[in-house]
Design a protein around this ligand. Sequence first.
Ligand SMILES: *[C@@H]1O[C@H](CO)[C@@H](O)[C@H](O)[C@H]1NC(C)=O
Ligand SMILES: *[C@@H]1O[C@H](CO)[C@@H](O)[C@H](O)[C@H]1NC(C)=O
Ligand SMILES: *[C@@H]1O[C@H](CO)[C@@H](O)[C@H](O)[C@H]1NC(C)=O
Ligand SMILES: *[C@@H]1O[C@H](CO)[C@@H](O)[C@H](O)[C@H]1NC(C)=O
Ligand SMILES: *[C@@H]1O[C@H](CO)[C@@H](O)[C@H](O)[C@H]1NC(C)=O
Ligand SMILES: *[C@@H]1O[C@H](CO)[C@@H](O)[C@H](O)[C@H]1NC(C)=O
Ligand SMILES: *[C@@H]1O[C@H](CO)[C@@H](O)[C@H](O)[C@H]1NC(C)=O
Length: 352
Amino acid sequence: MKFSILFVIFIIFQLFTTFNSFTINSYYYETNLNAIGKVYRCRTTNFPTSSGIFVTKITGQHESEKNNNDVEAIGIDGNYTLSFVPRNFSFFFPFLRAMTIWYSSIEILYGDEFDEFDYFDYISIQHSYLKTISSRLFESSPQMVHVWFANNMIERVGYDLFTPLDISLLEFVGFGNNACINQDITDGNQTAITSLINELQQNCPFDDNFSILTSTSSLSTPTDDNLTCPNRGIINIVCDLKDSLIEIQENLSTKDERVDSFSILLGENLTEADEKTNEKLSKSNGKIDELKTKLRQLNEKLQVKHEKIVTLKSEFEERLMRLEEVLLNSATNCFILKFTLLVCFVLILKFL
Ligand SMILES: *[C@@H]1O[C@H](CO)[C@@H](O)[C@H](O)[C@H]1NC(C)=O
Ligand SMILES: *[C@@H]1O[C@H](CO)[C@@H](O)[C@H](O)[C@H]1NC(C)=O
Ligand SMILES: *[C@@H]1O[C@H](CO)[C@@H](O)[C@H](O)[C@H]1NC(C)=O
Ligand SMILES: *[C@@H]1O[C@H](CO)[C@@H](O)[C@H](O)[C@H]1NC(C)=O
Ligand SMILES: *[C@@H]1O[C@H](CO)[C@@H](O)[C@H](O)[C@H]1NC(C)=O
Ligand SMILES: *[C@@H]1O[C@H](CO)[C@@H](O)[C@H](O)[C@H]1NC(C)=O
Ligand SMILES: *[C@@H]1O[C@H](CO)[C@@H](O)[C@H](O)[C@H]1NC(C)=O
């Protein structure tokens, strides 16, 4: 499931690499930004209606004696239609450190949006539809001093968003007026920042260690400036797909939790069953013991009876022998008697 969707995203990316370029119109001026002070800024005057996520042309007149290398900040008005952070600004402004995007329809920051910048330390995305921020967003810019995402719809923030950052450098941290958090810090109070980070991890938890948020920067270079196509539609599809990937991930972790609680339940039932079996076993063991005792008693009785029988038998035999003797004796006696009688008879006959 996961991989098939990733594959579809891959195919769509392959498709729209053909169209991904656009031009923005702009003007340049000096301004003051919180935490970093005076900067020379490029400000867009239109939201580009052409397609693509890679800026390939920036129009507009520099102030005198200024050039692209002086541009440290860019400000974009997304007109509620810009659904991604435009890429390739570093091609034009190699020293860009600050980006402000207001009124965009950006919902997800995938994490690699600012990787192209070497000196990035200021971000402000406000009054947009931002819901999800990847843990990887600041991996390549550990020197952030200004992280401002107030006035969005933030629901989930990667656990490790602040891990690469030096808390002591942070001065402005804004998460006010969002779905899962409402807190702004404007004085660099480290205790307050740490508690804000804890609050994010508790109230906006998002474990994006599994690379569900696929980056868009792996796209190849654009080909044709002139092409217009409903590319934003494609990007929306990509975003939808990513949203459903996040949903799948959430569903998976819910299922994991269910499996966990099920196995805990099952474990309880098992131990319960074990206990019952043990009880039964010990009960039947008791019965077996009882039976054994009875058997032993029976055996003993049998033994006694057997002994008695043996005794009786021998007594009987003895008696029989005696009887035989007696009989024999009496037979002998009888014979003697008979013989005597015979002799007497013979003598009587002779006598007569
Ligand atoms: C802003 O978007 C509206 C439509 O939503 C459009 O009519 C208008 O021209 C856009 N403005 C700019 C500066 O692109
Ligand atoms: C950035 O813009 C320049 C100028 O149009 C272009 O040559 C380059 O290919 C672009 N880079 C990317 C990654 O699109
Ligand atoms: C920093 O923030 C903590 C917690 O919000 C607060 O108790 C403390 O007074 C703050 N310190 C300063 C110097 O404002
Ligand atoms: C994400 O992975 C990193 C490095 O493997 C680890 O330090 C971090 O604790 C993990 N984050 C979460 C939320 O599991
Ligand atoms: C882009 O548009 C310009 C002016 O409309 C035209 O001269 C040029 O040939 C076009 N480029 C391509 C590659 O179609
Ligand atoms: C996530 O779960 C909900 C409710 O269980 C379901 O309606 C939704 O279709 C699931 N989403 C995906 C992408 O599987
Ligand atoms: C645990 O046992 C109870 C009743 O003994 C039963 O209602 C419940 O479904 C069992 N749970 C599992 C996870 O087997």
